[in-house]
Design a protein around this ligand. Structure first.
Ligand code: SF4
Length: 115
């Protein structure tokens, strides 16, 4: 997320943004996309990732986020957590003990007929 890059440097130094940031699709100057790119909601995260897919500077954005070990948010089409790319955000809570396809098989299985 381009809009926070200057804040994410964390050194207190005023850094010149890289030239590619002028082309960042998420940078509209209002900060209106921050909630989308730093949301905890899976739908929002997926929307932010999809938004990045059409960004002309996705590659340098992602490389920069990896180099800075971004602590959180969608950058370059990937979700970061604690400096690492998460393949997929999971819903809160424990995963089910029985996989959904197993439950589906059980539901489709013939039941005993009572006559
Ligand atoms: S790749 Fe995504 S986060 Fe990076 S500048 Fe483009 S729109 Fe923004």
């Amino acid at each position: 997320m381009f809009a926070l890059h200057a804040l994410q440097t964390g050194t207190g130094e005023a850094l010149e943004p890289p030239a590619w940031q002028a082309l960042a699709r998420c940078s509209n100057g209002t900060g209106s996309m921050l909630e989308l790119f730093f949301s905890e909601q899976i739908d929002d995260i997926n929307s932010a990732k999809a938004f990045c897919l059409e960004c002309p500077v996705r590659e340098p954005c992602l490389e920069g986020a990896v180099a800075r070990r971004e602590p959180w948010g969608v950058w370059g089409g990937q979700l970061f957590l604690n400096g690492k790319v998460l393949p997929q955000k999971r819903k809160r809570g424990r995963p089910p003990k029985v996989r959904a396809e197993v439950l589906s098989d059980v539901a489709d299985a013939p039941t005993a007929q009572t006559a």
